[in-house]
Design a protein around this ligand. Sequence first.
Ligand SMILES: Cc1cc2nc3c(=O)[nH]c(=O)nc-3n(C[C@H](O)[C@H](O)[C@H](O)COP(=O)(O)OP(=O)(O)OC[C@H]3O[C@@H](n4cnc5c(N)ncnc54)[C@H](O)[C@@H]3O)c2cc1C
Length: 333
Amino acid sequence: MIKKDVIIIGGGPAGSSCALKLKEYGFDTLILDKHEFPRLKLCAGWITPRVYQLLNMDEYPNGIIEFNRMHIHYYTNKNKEIKFTTKTKQYSIRRYEFDHWLLKKSGSDFMVHEVKKIEQIDGYYIIDDKFQSKYLVGAGGTHCPVFRTFFKEINPRSKDYQIGALEIEFPYEYTDRDCYLWFCENSLPGYSWYVPKENGYLNIGLGAFSHKLGDKSLKWHFDYFVEKLKKIGLLKHFDHEPKGHTYYLREPVKKVYYNNACIIGDSAGLATKDLGEGIGPAIESGIKAASWIALKKELDLSDIPELSIYEFGLKGKIIYYLLRIYNMLSINP
Ligand SMILES: Cc1cc2nc3c(=O)[nH]c(=O)nc-3n(C[C@H](O)[C@H](O)[C@H](O)COP(=O)(O)OP(=O)(O)OC[C@H]3O[C@@H](n4cnc5c(N)ncnc54)[C@H](O)[C@@H]3O)c2cc1C
């Protein structure tokens, strides 16, 4: 049996930031992840200045692009396009590199292991009869086994907050280094994106509320999107198959800890409810979980920002209200 103070399931941004902070408090942690790192993670890889600052990314050793403006296209319910460019300061990274960098930076012990069974015996968590810890952190994303074992009933996820996404990241000699977003085109209850990455990679994709998709599938929207990118000159050729993933946007915060186990990041469904930005909330919740364990602070995730749009200034707020008018958001904050 391998014994640790804290076992963290999942080595994404939530798990690694929790381990990083716990190390500062002198805790012995083990991260278990079903994949060896670096690993593929479906994500546009857009990060905010808040993430940059939280992780002190001045020393980031991999490619990073700073966007000083973003091109926003919004479609009305008659599919009429309204477009504008907004000044901003945002970044793009490749998750393949970023997650690996953060895992190493955490300094935590790490093992490749797919967690299947978790039991609580005599105050300890026993994982697959092989690992034992006093504290257990569920950072395994949408399909996190800690969520499944201890939180599914006390903190059920509502389908109303489920996002389906299709995307692909591939080597591409793009000529335009700006970031573009298209909201609600062809009544898509979500948005599509064009996000260039440093060192010749491009990420394109789209995400939408699953329960609000009408008769057109996500794949239909994706194929349309690719043809559109070709038409407007952002893509010359494309022969890739996109991959799909689902995750959950932020619901009113419920129970995120139970005995000595907690859930953070996508496992707790923390992505922002306007743009589905989940990296920042994953990191902030990881840091808070570390304080909960080390300093016995209440684990309260309610002050983690639930909207991304305020990062984009006045024009960003205008889009947000347009989205609300269009009823794209399932809730009114
Ligand atoms: C297509 C798409 C685009 C996105 N774009 C953005 C974006 O541009 N910006 C942004 O901020 N957010 C974006 N998001 C959301 C963001 O990717 C997530 O919110 C974020 O990755 C959550 O981090 P996490 O650490 O909670 O989970 P994850 O990053 O999913 O990490 C979970 C880890 O747990 C491991 N794991 C799972 N099950 C087990 C198991 N049983 N045993 C062991 N290990 C396990 C997995 O292998 C994985 O490494 C996007 C999401 C999608 C789907």
